[in-house]
Ligand binder design. Sequence first.
Ligand SMILES: [Zn+2]
Length: 274
Amino acid sequence: MTPSNGVAVLMYHSVADSATPEFADFVVEPDVFARQMTALAEAGCTTATMSDLVRARSEGRTLPAGTVVLTFDDGFLDFASTALPVLRSHGFTATLYVTTRYVGGRSLWLRPEGEADRPMIGWADLATVVDAGVEIGAHTDTHPQLDLVQPTVLARELTVPKVTLEDRLGVPVTSLAYPFGYASRRVRAMAAQLGYTNACIVSDLVSRSGDDPYAVPRVTVTGAHTGSQVVALSTATSTWQERRKADLRRAASRTLRTARLKKPESASYSRSLR
Ligand SMILES: [Zn+2]
């Protein structure tokens, strides 16, 4: 374990062969994903879920050296069909964040990225995912920018997925990923109030033990990452300068979005700010 008890929380979305240019950073090709996982396994890395990580920290424990947390946002069908068999072959677990409105349907919120037709995981496959020991987390109901919506909408977007997933799957849902990584003090407080124990943002920083459990940073893994680069993340730490820079970027992004200088749904634009 590194001196700061760092744990890399890796963020994936879709594992598939094709993507539009606007969405390409969020799609890793199956053979590349398989190589990344093989590299982690061969390096002796083990995996934990988000709730494992946050529970260990709340109890003052550290996870074994080389532990990484694998997270998958949105709930695409390819998690079950393509990613899960690879994870199982290595004995890896993960946290899958599901956007409940689109379960069994298509990725309609990705229309601005030209990706409205990506198949989403259905309830039967979600049950299989649960049986495989993967943690199910919430990714809101409709994938809005939570830091910009009204309080009633915020409460609904955080309540509906938790209740729906718990009812349909019979498992506790205590982990949350904010769509686009966007949150605010109000969003974090509401997540805690509604019974989530942790929530993820996107910062391209390695998480450490002192992190706010409602703002756990994640590193975006793309198809450009080699296996050894992914392994290197498992022992990496982030400096205070990198943390400060990430905070400033987030503040600048929110100011721009609040001023409506960007399309509300565009994740690719927010990435260009980083
Ligand atoms: Zn998302």
